[in-house]
Design a binder for this molecule. Structure first.
Ligand SMILES: Cc1ncc(COP(=O)(O)O)c(C=O)c1O
Length: 381
């Protein structure tokens, strides 16, 4: 059997990793500024995480959601504390798309409505509702095009008010820092205005923190830059450092109903053990603070070098913490490929001309400096 060939692949097989470094099957070392698409939060193969997963597997990998699972309760408590959402409730699933799917479904159960407002260039996943709120017609199959969604421009509050005031909007869904959309940032006025409008019209406010959350922005959640509290927050990627897991943080006003939501694998023992270990490491190693410090260094240094004319083709540097977009006036393809092939450095990308940095949150200052040196060599060669 052949694989269903939907991914354009680099001809590299990553074999093992440590921190922000990975090695291929031929022994070549790479600096990882991509984190396997923002998934590696505490670093590759962190010993505390590996040991916690091994210990749990020796005891019990899985049992269903029909019995008590104290690890889920411990994770909810720890995540509430780490994020500042101690009064919220946690529903656990396995992927980002599933988190958004459940958040939208719960919103509709809550207010009985079916319309959703989403941002232009939004990406929220590939399952039915998640892909429908994603602003990319190429990945919305006819069966997913069900007319629930209106896409609106970022930071244009009057445009959002015009739709919300119709009183029929079930939910708004927002990435405060768009990832796939090219590291585009909402502003405080927009978020605070949106919060007020959602309260006024009984619309559910969902923040998709799947890529920008879990410490990546230099705050636990990116919306915490704006002093707003969403009604639901979706998380995935970094929550379990690469083992599939996701969650929806749900405000107290939503009352759970037996059987209304459910999953076979979500919140399994192994994933919970890994997610608790991730929170241990984030706290012990102050990784949210590290993302803020090293991210600021990268953004400030790249911006200064751009302004001094030392980064040919770079026209903008933006982001928060370790979620950074470097916009070029040429397609990203050649510099990004040369970064990998010549400088042995992985980065992400967005659109046609944006290089996207999403390293593990433990990126050191030395590694940040190393990246800048490699990037400059590629641009100036
Ligand atoms: C902001 C955002 N939401 C949702 C998703 C979908 O997550 P998953 O691929 O785990 O379904 C992604 C994945 O890249 C994402 O970046």
């Amino acid at each position: 059997m052949e694989l269903f060939d939907v991914y354009p692949l680099f001809d590299i097989a990553i074999d093992h990793g440590k921190g922000c470094q990975v090695w291929d099957d031929k022994g070549q070392q790479y600096l990882d500024l991509y984190g396997g698409h923002a998934v590696i939060s505490v670093g590759h193969c962190h010993p505390h995480y590996v040991q916690a997963m091994k210990n749990q597997l020796d005891k019990l990998g899985f049992y269903s959601n029909s019995v008590q699972n104290p690890l889920q309760k411990e994770l909810a408590k720890r995540l509430g504390k780490a994020s500042g959402y101690e009064d919220y409730q946690l529903f656990l699933i396995n992927s980002g798309a599933e988190a958004n799917e459940n958040a939208l479904k719960l919103s509709s159960f809550y207010n009985g409505r079916t319309r959703v407002l989403s941002l232009e260039k939004a990406f929220h996943g590939r399952t039915s509702l998640a892909v429908e709120v994603t602003n990319n017609p190429k990945i919305i199959a006819p069966i997913n095009a069900n007319g629930h969604v209106t896409y609106l421009p970022m930071n244009d509050l009057p445009a959002w008010e015009a739709e919300l005031s119709k009183g029929d909007v079930c939910a708004v869904i927002i990435e405060c820092i768009q990832g796939v959309g090219g590291i585009r940032l909402v502003n405080k006025e927009f978020m605070q205005g949106l919060r007020q409008l959602c309260d006024k019209y009984n619309t559910v406010m969902i923040c998709d923190e799947i890529q920008c959350g879990y410490g990546r922005s230099g705050k636990f959640f990116a919306h915490q830059f704006f002093d707003v509290k969403p009604d639901m927050i979706t998380v995935a990627k970094g929550i379990c450092n690469g083992f599939p897991m996701a969650g929806v943080l749900i405000a107290p006003k939503f009352k759970p109903v037996y059987g209304q939501l459910g999953t076979t694998f979500g919140g399994n023992h192994l994933a919970c053990a890994g997610a608790i270990a991730v929170l241990d490491i984030i706290e012990n190693e102050k990784l949210v603070e590290n993302a803020a410090t090293v991210g600021k260094y990268l953004i400030d240094t790249l911006t200064a070098e751009m302004k001094a004319g030392k980064l040919p083709h770079v026209v903008d540097v933006r982001g928060e913490g370790l979620m950074i977009g470097i916009e070029l006036d040429i397609p990203y393809k050649e510099p990004r490929t040369r970064l990998i092939k010549e400088e042995h450095c992985f980065t992400g990308c967005a659109g046609t001309n944006i290089i996207r940095l999403l390293p593990p949150l433990c990126l050191s200052m030395d590694e940040a400096r190393d990246f800048i040196a490699r990037f400059k060599r590629v641009l100036n060669a």
